[in-house]
Design a protein around this ligand. Sequence first.
Ligand code: AHR
Length: 657
Amino acid sequence: MKPTSLLATAIALITAMPAIAENNTFDINMKKAGAPIQSTMYGIFFEDINYAADGGLYAELVKNRSFEFPNALQGWKIFGNVEVRNDGPFERNPHYVRLSDPGHAHKHTGLDNEGFFGIGIKKGETYRFSVWARADRPVTLRVELVNTASMDENHFVCQQSLTVNSREWKKYQVTLRPSETLDKSTLRIFMETRDGASVDLEHISLFPTDTWKGREGGLRKDLAQALADLHPGIFRFPGGCIVEGTDLDTRYNWKNTVGPVENRPLNENRWEYTFPHRFYPDYFQSYGLGFYEFFQLSEDIGAEPLPILSCGLACQFQNDDINAHVPVDQLDPYIQDALDLIEFANGPVTSTWGKVRADMGHPEPFNLKYIGIGNEQWDALYPEHLEPFIKAIRKAYPSIKIVGSSGPNSEGDQFDYLWPEMKRLGADLVDEHFYRPYEWFLSQGTRYDNYDRKGPKVFAGEYACHASGKKWNHYYASLLEAAFMTDLERNADIVHMATYAPLFAHVEGWQWRPDLIWYDNLNSFRTVSWYVQQLYSLYKGDNVAGLTMNGKPVAGQDGQNGLFASAVREGNLLYIKVANTSDKEQQLTFNFNGLKKKAVMKASKRIDLSSDKLYEDNSIEAPVNIIPVEKKFDGQGQSIRADINPYSFSIFVLTTE
Ligand code: AHR
């Protein structure tokens, strides 16, 4: 090759390189391990919003199974001779249906259930149909899953017969094996026996047999697995606003969610009507997924349970009238609910509530350590209501840690008022919420650096990056969450818990987005934000390692080229997390300070989350459109170089020799 063409090639190569690569030197303190990182640091927040419980994690496929919706037949289509009655066997769910002879040989009596946006079924899997029933003389029912949209000869994809032969209420069940996969089938029950017969049916239920941990009446496996795969350290439940209630009658009352499912009373779901532009008139809480199941799931996935209870204030967004709330001098039943919950979780089997837990199958305590009182509350009303709870809980259970709230906003008057109030009252942690736009996330890299280290710890209890205007899941928002989380991590001495919110959303039933995990009736996918959360959990570390650039935390500050970074140690491993929020590739030099003279750091691997599809995410159709990729990372010494793509997040894994 002639020298001139060599020069031309070199010029071509230089111009083909990405926009100017910057040099950024990070100083990492290897001499002294920093603050310990709590096991609770990264966790999950569950709320029954977006059909997260019924129609989501709770694997029940029948909607309004106990005929307790205000319209007793909502979700059902009846044919022939069907009557709704209300003297059934379950005191708190008294409604049931009586099916009788249709009165003509060519007519039929029965009913169809539409499920939640249809009933999703898979060929090759089995489904357990169960019903409480009674009849004066044997009555045979035909139970089917049907595809009413099919042009085939038969609508049904499976059928079973079931004979009710008891005069007393009894539970019957049969197994259904669909011959096809359908995302929107219908459950159909036909009465086959005629001759003037009738049969009573109550609590009509259909579950996949293949649930999470194979539990009968359990959780949808793919969704529970998506939680387990996050390796959460803390599990906050049951919300969110749902804790408070639009009025006190509809607050989340944990006592209604334990004991046999047949007798757990229905509750209205506030997300039914919160947004009239996305209105869901069939959104109720069956409480099939209740506090026992939440504790059990915490145990399954290795997370500390963190229940949040009503403080006697109905949702303040929805109630201006002071009379909507419980007066402070009438709070005793609410305080008792909190004390009883601790007994339910931790009490001996001989205690009243410990016995309820044991009777449900868990004689061992759940070892509850945290409780939250109140969600997004504000004004003097909140501290006034919280104080008697704190006094009573401290007296009865001094080791339980209490979580208070700083209200719905990440800053502002109420935030500034409530934090000192939480300190005054001695809350152990303060729950902060921030659903904020890009600019906010980019500006909060040093948020916790100057928090008072002597007061309560921080629980970043609900957060997600929302674009301005239309809100949806997309890569860029997740990248900014990753960037912001370096601040949580660097301040792990004061930030003890963080949970993204909300967790789940049905693609046909959402009220709020973005969300961490999406699903339809058959499939689910994990968003890029889910992967960010998972990466932080997997590389959580044991102790913070000091990391600076020109003596300052790397937090998107002036002169830092849009970089955010933090480092943690775990045994002889070092994890460096770097988010590059700029549109340029950046060169990084890691200087490992404080190592012994001959000691070196060895690069082991890197995990890159990188994409140029800033406004895309994963989806049902493309569930792994954007996911982290593990790559080689070479080098050793007291200083190691690396580069990082524009708009990307990387974790560098190194070992000390
Ligand atoms: O996560 C959705 C809602 O956001 C929660 O219910 C509430 O606490 C917050 O306003």
